[in-house]
Design a protein around this ligand. Structure first.
Ligand SMILES: NC(=O)c1ccc[n+]([C@@H]2O[C@H](COP(=O)([O-])OP(=O)(O)OC[C@H]3O[C@@H](n4cnc5c(N)ncnc54)[C@H](O)[C@@H]3O)[C@@H](O)[C@H]2O)c1
Length: 438
């Protein structure tokens, strides 16, 4: 990737387009508005709260990230969404049950109610346990993609946006393995004309975004922009893309803990993870085909961090199991248990138990914000194609073909900040530090 020679200013309004206007998306939008009104703080967001060290430790230059790189101000964000369920933002947020009605939703009711989802490209072939009435019709998938492109153009014009980004917050679709139709853009476009079953709605949104020059991030684990045809299209059109599957909850904990065990060269015999959750996402993941997409995404993490082939004595025999069970009483407040069987010096065994009483959408919302702002930055800096430096935010980071993903959250964080330094032509930081002892 070429180092940016200059970064266009973050002038004008940025439209954030959200396919899927459920728990994560409404928690994100409501949070931004609450922050703008001064009734909440942007906790969990690097773009809003994190600092970045520049130069030597003794230089004492640690601005906020948002003061270091040109990011859009929250005041200049506008939101659009698609959803097969016609609920407006206020109604959808109430159904999601994440945010406190009196404290956080009612004060911004007019704003949330004003966001009404556009008719979605949706089919129960890909998300089984959902019925929606707010759905587009078209003879071919190409026709549906063209309707999405028209929505994008109209949204930009109607809302007087300088630029747009799209972050997929829709339900997890069934597991699809990339095939011949995903290899080239010609095959993909022919596949759309022929209504190829392996082209899902999420892929059509990604295609539409890239064709319209709109950066695209995928928050769900299903196939979307992570195949050769769209990766090439993104490069050709100069559009940044990244994914996939927001790193929240249990996997966030795994990528915090596993690097710790590995750096101490502690072995692991087994890691059993089970989740109970009762929101709509949980209901959809109760379908085995959607769960398969999630399972593949969740399972890859440990293997990649622990490198069992390199450390067979420590990790080769590790038994890793992930379960997700739909349990309505928990709502969005997921409970994730981990039973971790580790071993130390001379093979002596120890156990760690984690019971994470988590709020998934509270962890996901700042990720949506950061991705939107950083993808817009990347676009203004002329960076196109896969943005691996944003892998910090994902369970299954998208990487160049043949390159294994980096899952260790601390390496990901370091990479993200070094990329910002590199973009701004500041020295990257290696933490070597020998110069302090000369
Ligand atoms: N909450 C988290 O921490 C987290 C973490 C990682 C990934 N995710 C993923 O993010 C996505 C959103 O999660 P959520 O908790 O908001 O789920 P949700 O069920 O509350 O919202 C998803 C919304 O997407 C809509 N939708 C489904 N198909 C669509 C389509 N083709 N076009 C437009 N809209 C569509 C649904 O009607 C629903 O309103 C899910 O795929 C989930 O697996 C969430």
């Amino acid at each position: 990737m070429k180092q940016p020679s200059e970064i266009a200013p973050a002038a004008g309004k940025l439209g954030i387009l959200l396919p899927g206007f459920g728990a994560v998306a409404t928690t994100f939008v409501a949070g931004v508005e609450a922050i703008r009104q001064g009734i909440a703080a942007p906790i969990g967001s690097l773009t809003q709260m994190n600092t970045i060290r520049l130069g030597k430790r003794t230089d004492e230059r640690t601005p906020l990230i948002k003061e270091f790189v040109p990011l859009v101000d929250l005041e200049n964000l506008v939101f659009g969404a698609w959803d097969p369920i016609p609920d407006n933002g206020y109604e959808s947020a109430l159904v999601a049950g994440v945010l406190h009605k009196e404290k956080h939703l009612d004060p911004i009711k007019d704003f949330l109610s004003s966001i009404k989802p556009m008719p979605a490209v949706f089919s129960t072939d890909y998300v089984k346990k959902l019925e929606g009435t707010n759905v587009k019709t078209g003879a071919t998938k190409r026709d549906l993609a063209e309707q999405l492109r028209a929505d994008i153009r109209n949204f930009k014009k109607d809302n007087d946006c300088a630029r747009l980004v799209m972050v997929w917050c829709g339900s997890t679709e069934i597991y699809i393995r990339p095939g011949a139709v995903h290899e080239t853009i010609e095959a993909f476009e022919k596949g759309m004309d022929e209504n190829d079953h392996d082209i899902s709605p999420a892929q059509l949104y990604a295609y539409a975004a890239i064709m319209e020059g709109v950066p695209y991030a995928n928050g769900a684990p299903n196939l979307s922009a992570d195949f050769a045809a769209l990766e090439q299209l993104a490069k050709d059109k100069g559009v940044p893309i990244c994914g996939k599957d927001f790193k929240t909850g249990q996997t966030l904990m795994k990528t915090i803990l596993a690097p710790g065990f590995k750096t101490r060269m502690l072995g692991i015999n087994g890691w059993f993870s089970t989740n109970i959750l009762g929101n709509r996402d949980g209901e959809i993941l109760d379908d085995p085909e959607s769960f398969k997409s999630k399972e593949v995404s969740k399972l890859g993490v440990l293997e990649s961090i622990l490198q069992p082939k390199m450390y067979p004595a420590l990790y080769e025999k590790m038994y890793h199991k992930v379960r997700i069970n739909y349990y309505p009483p928990r709502g969005d407040n997921k409970e994730g248990w981990d039973a971790i069987d580790i071993f130390g010096w001379m093979g002596y065994e120890m156990q760690i138990k984690i019971d994470f009483l988590c709020r998934d959408s509270i962890l996901a919302a700042p990720i949506v914000l950061d991705l939107a702002l950083f993808m817009d930055l990347a676009s203004r800096a002329g960076m196109s194609g896969i943005q691996e430096w944003l892998s910090f935010y994902f369970k299954s980071p998208q990487t160049a073909p043949g390159l294994y993903p980096e899952h260790d959250i601390f390496i990901q964080h370091w990479k993200l900040k070094n990329t910002l330094r590199w973009m701004m032509r500041e020295e990257v930081i290696t933490h070597l530090g020998v110069e302090y002892y000369d």
